[in-house]
Design a protein around this ligand. Structure first.
Ligand SMILES: C[S@@+](CC[C@H](N)C(=O)[O-])C[C@H]1O[C@@H](n2cnc3c(N)ncnc32)[C@H](O)[C@@H]1O
Length: 275
């Protein structure tokens, strides 16, 4: 049956399933790598298989397509994801893009904290000349990140925020992080809450940014000081600006950058501790 017909028949039979998830499932089953190849193959005939049926059954229960297929697309390539690791989000591609754009002419020591599947650290390592380090508290996530680092470009550490970097006395120029920023009382989609790891989603009771900022005092930094790029949750901009001033002083160089949805999303603190 032609790919177009398989797709149309499936969406008719399962109107509640997201059409994009069905496309991704078909691409996975028939080894089609990109959307443009998918479009080019719409009139190609493929053998029907039970695989689609099993994927649809799991989608109907609310499981995210990325966990079912075991992969998620990020910044032009697929990364392995399994339960125990956050599914990378498009906002994080914007964070990575900003860091690459602003730093790519230099050769720096960059640290990704809470690396999860490794998307931030690995993408930066693959697109720059930086030496990239990553820390992560979850052993399960760290294992997946290492599997994704196919070129062995990143040095990974298990531990709390900056602690393993401080204890190994590694000098850092840039920190990038997408820390768990959802507050415990916030409403979260059940697809996210039921499947993705709590440690990746929810901010612990003691403010994680405050702990991170305080830990930077022990960190050894490069000659231009430390620059931090931190992705944060909706409506946390002002709170983070105030926290930055409280911990680093009123003259701290702080900027807040909006994402493509025009929402405040990234906190940038430049040249902390520079002489
Ligand atoms: C929002 S997820 C981000 C994952 C990945 N960087 C991404 O953007 O897709 C936050 C990550 O931080 C890790 N994490 C939570 N608390 C941590 C801590 N205290 N120290 C290091 N990593 C932590 C979680 O296990 C999770 O992988």
């Amino acid at each position: 049956m032609k790919l177009r017909e398989i797709f149309q028949k499936t969406i008719k039979l399962h109107p509640n399933i997201d059409k994009n998830d069905i496309k991704l499932a078909l691409m996975h089953i028939y080894n089609i790598e990109t959307y443009s190849d998918y479009i080019l193959n719409l009139e190609t005939s493929y053998r029907r298989t039970n695989k689609l049926f099993y994927i649809i059954k799991r989608l109907e229960k609310g499981e995210p397509i990325q966990y079912i297929l075991g992969s998620a697309f990020f910044y032009n390539r697929n990364f392995k994801v399994r339960k125990g690791v956050l599914i990378p989000r498009p906002e994080t591609e914007e964070l990575v893009n900003l860091v690459i754009k602003e730093t790519k002419e230099k050769s720096l020591n960059v640290l990704d904290i809470g690396t999860g599947s490794g998307v931030i650290a690995i993408t930066i390592a693959e697109h720059t000349h930086h030496k990239v380090f990553a820390s992560e508290i979850s052993r399960k996530a760290l294992k997946i990140a290492k599997e994704n680092d196919v070129q062995n470009l990143v040095t990974f550490y298990e531990g709390d925020l900056l602690k393993p970097i401080i204890s190994n006395n590694i000098k850092i120029d840039v920190i990038v992080a997408n820390l768990p920023y959802i507050k415990l009382h916030e409403k979260v989609d059940s697809k996210v809450k039921d499947y993705e790891p709590k440690v990746a989603l929810f901010m612990p009771k003691t403010n994680i940014y405050s702990r991170l900022f305080k830990q930077t005092k022990e960190l050894s930094v490069g000659e231009n000081g430390l620059t931090m790029y931190l992705e944060f949750g909706t409506d946390q901009g002002e709170e983070l600006r105030a926290l930055s001033r409280e911990i680093f002083g009123n003259d701290v160089n702080v900027a807040i950058i909006k994402d493509m949805q025009d929402k405040e999303r990234i906190l940038v603190l430049r040249n902390l501790y520079a002489n």
